[in-house]
Design a protein around this ligand. Structure first.
Ligand SMILES: Nc1nc2c(ncn2[C@@H]2O[C@H](COP(=O)(O)OP(=O)(O)OP(=O)(O)O)[C@@H](O)[C@H]2O)c(=O)[nH]1
Ligand SMILES: [Mg+2]
Length: 410
C-alpha cells in the first residue's frame, strides 16, 4: 500500500533516488561538456567574424530551450518517497522514472493538500484502525459532500460501502482501499466510455482542439501548456487566436507561443470574426502539415447564447473545410470554483457538444473533489489537469495518481 511505507518500498525509493542523482550528475557533466564545446565554437566564430569584416552578427540562438525549464532533483524526503511509490505501483521500473514525473506528482500531492485537509485527515482520524461502522459511513458522507465530490458520486460510494459492510467486517485500511477503488471507478467511467485512455493527436489527420470555458478559468494558460506538451512530443502544432473579444488575448497567446515555439495565427483587426481566424489557421495548418491546431476561444461575450453561437460557427467552419478533422471540444474548469464550476460544465455540456474536460488550478484549492462530480454528473472524461502557472504544470490526467494524491495520508 502506498499510504503505508514499508521498509522495502523505502528501499525501492532510495534506489530510485540514487539513480536519479546519478542521472543528474551525468546531465551536469554533459552540460559542462556542451558549454566547453560552445565556448570553443564561439572562439572559432569570433575568429571567422574578424576575417569577414562585413559580416553582420548572427541572431541569438535559443536552441537550448528545447529541453524546457529544467527541474532540479529535490531532497530525498517524504514527497520523493511518496511520488516514487505511486510510480512503482503503476509498474514503472526504478530506471524508468524521471525527475519531471517526480516533480509533477509532488506538486499534485501538495496541490491537493487543502482538499485533503478538510476531508482525508479527518476521515483517517475518524476511521483509525477500527472496523468501519454505520456511523463512520455517515461521517464519510458528510466529508465527501464537503469536499465537493457531489451528491451522485457520494451516494454511489456510500451505497457500495454500506453493501460491503453488511456482508463483512471492513477494517480502516481496507475501507480506504475500497474507497480509492470506488472513486477511481467513478472517474474512469467516462474515460472508458470514450474509448480513449489518453488524449493525443492522431497522426496523419488534422486534430483541432477547441479550448472552451467561462472567463478566467485558465483557457489561454492551459492552451499554452498544451502547445508546449504537444511540440515537445514532436507533434506539428499551431495555435489559433480565436478569442477576438478581449483585446489583450492575442498578446497573451503570443507569449505562450514564443515559450513553446509554436506559431500563433491571429487577426489584429478590431472585432475580427473568430470563425475567420480559424479559417486562416486551418489554411496555415494545411500548408504546414500540422498535426494539432489549438484554438483559444472567448470566455466572455455579451451573453451565453452569443458564446454558444460563436462556438458552433467555429465548428461549422472546421467541418466545411476539413470534414475529416478530429475535433475535440475541451471544457476548462477552475477547480477552485467548486459547485459553480460544476454548474458551468452542465450548462456547456447541454449546448456545446463537449468531448472532455480539463481541470485547472488544483493547486491551493480545497475543492479538488469537484473533479469527481464532473465525471459522475456531467459524464465528461477528464483529459488533463493543471496544478500551477508554469509551462510544465499541466499533465495528461491519470486517475490512479489523482486518487492517490487526493487520499495521501500525510
Ligand atoms: N494557480 C494556478 N493558476 C492558474 C492555473 N491556470 C491558470 N491560472 C491563472 O489563472 C488566471 C487566468 O488564466 P487565463 O489563462 O488568462 O484564463 P482564461 O480562461 O483564458 O481567461 P479569459 O480569456 O479572460 O476568459 C491567470 O492568472 C493564470 O495564471 C493553474 O493551474 N494554477
Ligand atoms: Mg483567455
Amino acid at each position: 500500500m502506498i499510504t503505508n511505507e514499508s521498509d522495502s518500498s523505502r528501499e525501492w525509493a532510495s534506489q530510485a533516488y540514487a539513480l536519479l542523482k546519478q542521472k543528474q550528475e551525468l546531465k551536469k557533466q554533459e552540460a559542462q561538456l556542451k558549454e566547453e564545446k560552445l565556448k570553443e565554437d564561439q572562439i572559432k566564430k569570433e575568429k571567422l567574424k574578424e576575417n569577414q569584416s562585413k559580416q553582420i552578427f548572427d541572431k541569438q540562438d535559443f536552441s537550448d530551450f528545447q529541453d524546457g525549464p529544467e527541474v532540479k532533483l529535490g531532497e530525498f524526503d517524504d514527497d520523493f518517497t511518496w511520488s516514487a511509490m505511486v510510480l512503482a505501483a503503476q509498474g514503472k521500473k526504478v530506471n524508468e522514472i524521471s525527475i519531471d514525473e517526480i516533480d509533477w506528482l509532488s506538486k499534485l500531492r501538495r496541490g491537493l493538500e487543502e482538499t485533503r485537509k478538510g476531508f482525508v485527515s479527518e476521515l483517517l482520524d475518524k476511521l483509525g484502525d477500527d472496523p468501519l461502522t454505520p456511523e463512520s459511513l455517515d461521517d464519510l458522507e458528510t466529508l465527501l459532500i464537503r469536499a465537493d465530490v457531489g451528491i451522485d458520486s457520494t451516494d454511489k460510494v456510500i451505497n457500495s460501502l454500506r453493501k460491503k459492510l453488511n456482508e463483512e467486517v471492513v477494517g480502516g485500511e481496507e475501507g480506504i482501499r475500497f474507497l480509492k477503488n470506488e472513486l477511481r471507478a467513478i472517474i474512469e467511467k467516462p474515460i472508458i466510455n470514450s474509448g480513449t485512455n489518453i488524449l493525443v493527436p492522431q497522426k496523419g489527420k488534422l486534430n483541432v482542439w477547441l479550448i472552451v470555458g467561462v472567463n478566467g478559468v485558465g483557457k489561454t494558460t492551459t492552451l499554452g501548456k498544451l502547445a508546449y506538451l504537444s511540440s515537445k512530443s514532436n507533434y506539428q502544432t499551431l495555435i489559433a487566436a480565436a478569442d477576438t473579444f478581449r483585446a489583450a488575448a492575442v498578446e497573451q497567446l503570443k507569449v505562450w507561443g514564443d515559450r513553446s515555439k509554436v506559431d500563433v495565427i491571429s487577426n489584429q483587426s478590431k472585432n475580427a470574426d473568430p470563425a475567420a481566424v480559424v479559417f486562416d489557421a486551418i489554411n496555415a495548418a494545411h500548408k504546414r502539415k500540422s498535426d494539432l491546431l489549438l484554438v483559444d476561444t472567448a470566455g466572455r461575450l455579451q451573453n451565453k447564447n452569443n458564446l454558444m453561437d460563436e462556438l458552433s460557427k467555429i465548428k461549422k467552419i472546421i467541418d466545411k473545410k476539413v470534414p475529416d478533422a478530429i475535433i475535440e471540444s475541451l471544457l476548462v474548469l477552475d477547480a477552485s470554483q467548486g459547485q459553480n464550476g460544476l454548474k458551468q460544465a452542465k450548462s456547456f455540456a447541454k449546448s456545446a457538444n463537449l468531448s472532455g474536460a480539463i481541470i485547472t488550478k488544483l493547486d491551493g484549492t480545497s475543492r479538488g473533489g469537484v473533479s469527481l462530480a464532473v465525471s459522475a454528473e456531467v459524464n465528461l472524461p477528464i483529459r488533463f489537469i493543471g496544478a500551477g502557472e508554469g509551462i510544465k504544470d499541466l499533465r495528461p490526467f491519470n486517475s490512479f495518481e489523482f486518487v492517490e494524491a487526493l487520499l495521501a495520508d500525510r
